[in-house]
Design a protein around this ligand. Structure first.
Ligand code: FES
Length: 145
C-alpha cells in the first residue's frame, strides 16, 4: 500500500523538532481526521531557507509528507519553496494512496502557513502566497446528501 520512501520517511523522519526563534512558524490541521502539523522555517537575509523542522501529531502519511516537505524546502528560496506543492511532495515519495492525499495537503499548507508568518513578521508580501487555512478540511468539497 505504501511506497518504500513513505515507509522510510515514516520510520526515520528527517528534521523532527523545533527551531528556536524561527523566522516563520505555521500550524495547520484537518478537523476531519484530527491531525495537526507544525512547520518551523529559518530564513536568511537573502530569503533562502536555511533550516526546516516539523512536529506532526498525525498519521504515518502526515509524518512522511512533513519529513519530505522539510527536506524539499531546505536550501530553497521562498519562491522556490512555493513550488513545493502537495503534488511535488507526493511525487518525491513515489505516491500516496488516494485516501492519504489530504495528508500531503497538510504539508503544503504548513509550508505556506510558516511563510505567511514570516511575511507578517517582516511586513512583506510574498508574491503568489495566499493566506493559508488553519483547517485544510475547509478546502474539501462539501458532502452532498
Ligand atoms: Fe489526516 Fe493523514 S489521516 S493527515
Amino acid at each position: 500500500m505504501y511506497s518504500e520512501k513513505v515507509m522510510d520517511h515514516f520510520q526515520n523522519p528527517r528534521n523532527v523538532g523545533e527551531i528556536e526563534n524561527a523566522s516563520g512558524v505555521g500550524t495547520v490541521g484537518n478537523a476531519k481526521c484530527g491531525d495537526i502539523m507544525r512547520m518551523f522555517l529559518d530564513i536568511d537575509e537573502n530569503g533562502v531557507i536555511r533550516e526546516a523542522k516539523f512536529k506532526t501529531f498525525g498519521c504515518g502519511a502526515a509524518v512522511a509528507t512533513s519529513s519530505m516537505a522539510t527536506e524539499l524546502v531546505k536550501g530553497k528560496t521562498i519562491q522556490e519553496a512555493l513550488e513545493v506543492t502537495n503534488k511535488a511532495v507526493m511525487e518525491a515519495l513515489d505516491g500516496l494512496p488516494p485516501v492519504k492525499v489530504h495528508c500531503s495537503l497538510l504539508a503544503e499548507e504548513a509550508i505556506h502557513a510558516a511563510l505567511w508568518d514570516y511575511a507578517e513578521k517582516n511586513g512583506i508580501v510574498i508574491e503568489g502566497l495566499k493566506k493559508p487555512k488553519a483547517d485544510i478540511n475547509e478546502e474539501e468539497p462539501k458532502e452532498v446528501y
